[in-house]
Design a protein around this ligand. Structure first.
Ligand code: SIN
Ligand code: FE2
Length: 204
């Protein structure tokens, strides 16, 4: 992690096994109300390889016609997203100390072969707020680049229970998930990796 951009932090095994189980149970009950959906790329409609759901007042969604955005309701049920678990609000307070709470927790489920292409999180109005992410289940190779697409990247293997914070300069750097080590963890009931990403959307 020596040359990671300023503002990047990694907390290995922030959540212990019982907290990881509690988070998986929260996801399980959340997706009963707000089922995983397949996000599609703006314009082309190409499906992404992860499936998504959300907790909180605002959910991150994407489809062919309207593209990336935050929406207070689920794209197919039309219902509000389930409430943000308390454990995640506590995490946010502990690692960010930020003045306002996150309205969104995106739930990314990486099944066998899923990855995430290089991107910067920039659909939020409040880009001063850090982005906080939690890894659950199978390990993954997270890659961090710089503020320009296509520059050199550095890898960091993330394990279940790990937390990553992107604040400061790192908040504006390209990052991706190049590989999931599928089948190495038994935590996720239907297999794979769950990533929970907490974001503050509106200006406080
Ligand atoms: C993301 O940056 O959107 C996801 C990161 C991860 O899955 O660890
Ligand atoms: Fe991201």
């Amino acid at each position: 992690m020596d040359n990671f951009p300023p503002g990047f932090a990694h907390y290995p095994h922030y959540f212990d096994a019982s907290q990881q189980n509690a988070l998986i149970l929260a996801v399980k009950s959340g997706v009963e109300q707000a089922p995983f959906f397949v996000p599609r790329m703006p314009r082309t409609g190409t499906p992404m390889s992860v499936v998504l759901s959300n907790f909180g007042a605002l959910g991150w969604v994407s489809d062919k016609d309207k593209g990336y955005r935050y929406d207070p309701v689920h794209p197919t049920t039309g219902k509000p997203w389930p409430a943000m678990p308390e454990l995640l609000l506590d995490l946010w307070d502990n690692v960010t100390g930020y003045e306002a709470q996150p309205e969104c927790c995106l739930i990314n489920w990486y099944k066998d072969g899923a990855k995430m292409g290089a991107h910067i999180d920039n659909d939020e109005q409040d880009t001063r707020a850090p982005v906080v992410s939690v890894s659950l289940g199978d390990p993954a190779m997270f890659r961090m680049g710089g503020p320009k697409r296509g520059g050199p990247t550095q890898g960091l293997k993330l394990f279940s229970g790990d937390v990553v914070v992107m604040a400061g300069e790192s908040r504006f750097c390209y990052h991706s998930v190049s590989k999931v080590f599928y089948g190495e963890s038994a935590l996720v009931p239907r297999g794979g990796r769950i990533n929970l990403t907490l974001r503050r959307v509106a200006l406080p």
